[in-house]
Ligand binder design. Structure first.
Ligand code: ZN
Length: 277
């Protein structure tokens, strides 16, 4: 655990530095400071989408900004994860990792619903398998579900076959419970490697990291989590929080504080889109 925490901290610093570098960059995507990384994938062919559980929200285009439309099989292999989204106006994205957890995720969903806001949930396959009803609720309420691997391993310690299994099984359970293949993935601990980027692209997913880490897993107190979000708020920012993996009651409470504040400040809280025009 200690090593993972160090790793997380290192990634926080790296992500912060890259985000600072990229802050002035115009364009649809902002990547970590690798100038050789592809910035705009070729416009995609019609997306392969087989909705199994259509809902009112999901039949409409999702509002929001993100990578250009791409299709599975044509997703670019990146060398860095995306760190933020950009677009017109004060757009921000809230993401919740490691769930769903029936102790915390319903409260988070309630708050999002109270404010009519959509968010992203990077779920673990084993949690999704145990709580398919929560993924169905996410679908019904218009939230985006991403792939956070099956069992939350450190991918950089695994061989390619294991990484593939971790990612593929999670895509399958998400499709079953949420209704679509995920279009986004996030490596546990923010520890990416080449195999993860390649396999993610093969599975039609874009790698999304974050701009602001609330470090809520250290239980710093709801007020501190709130302050971190409010201090980090800026157009294009992607916020990392957790709805599972420990006692997340602080994360639940903090959301109730910072969400109305962000909305009062004029932020449009949304989810990135890929396949909708
Ligand atoms: Zn995680």
């Amino acid at each position: 655990m200690k090593k993972d925490q160090l790793l997380t901290r290192r990634r926080v610093l790296a992500a912060g530095a890259a985000a600072a570098c990229a802050a002035g960059t115009a364009g649809l995507l902002t990547l970590g400071g690798d100038p050789a990384a592809p910035v705009a994938p070729a416009p995609g062919a019609p997306a392969r989408r087989v909705p199994m559980k259509p809902s009112a929200y999901r039949l409409q285009p999702l509002t929001g900004y993100g990578p250009p439309r791409t299709a599975p099989g044509r997703t670019p292999v990146r060398r860095e994860p995306l760190l933020r989204v950009s677009g017109r106006g004060r757009t921000m994205v809230l993401t919740f990792d490691d769930g769903p957890d029936p102790r915390y995720t319903p409260d988070i969903l309630d708050t999002l619903r109270d404010y009519d806001v959509r968010a992203m949930f990077f779920v673990c396959g084993e949690m999704a398998e145990a709580n398919p009803d929560l993924l169905a609720r996410m679908a019904d309420e218009g939230h985006v579900v991403g792939n956070h691997t099956w069992s939350h391993p450190l991918l950089t310690r695994l061989g390619r076959a294991r990484i593939r299994t971790e990612m593929e099984r999670t895509c399958d359970i998400i499709e079953e419970a949420w209704g679509d293949r995920p279009e986004w993935f996030r490596a546990p601990y923010g520890a990416w490697n080449r195999a993860a980027f390649q396999l993610g692209a093969e599975l039609g997913m874009e790698p999304l990291a974050w701009t602001v880490d609330t470090l809520d897993w250290t239980s710093p107190g709801a007020r501190t989590i709130t302050r971190r979000v409010e201090n980090g708020a800026a157009p294009g920012v992607v916020v990392l929080s957790h709805d599972a993996g420990g006692d997340r009651s602080q994360s639940v409470r903090a959301l109730r504080e910072y969400l109305p504040q962000l909305l009062d400040d004029g932020y449009h809280i949304t989810v990135p889109r890929r396949h909708h025009a």
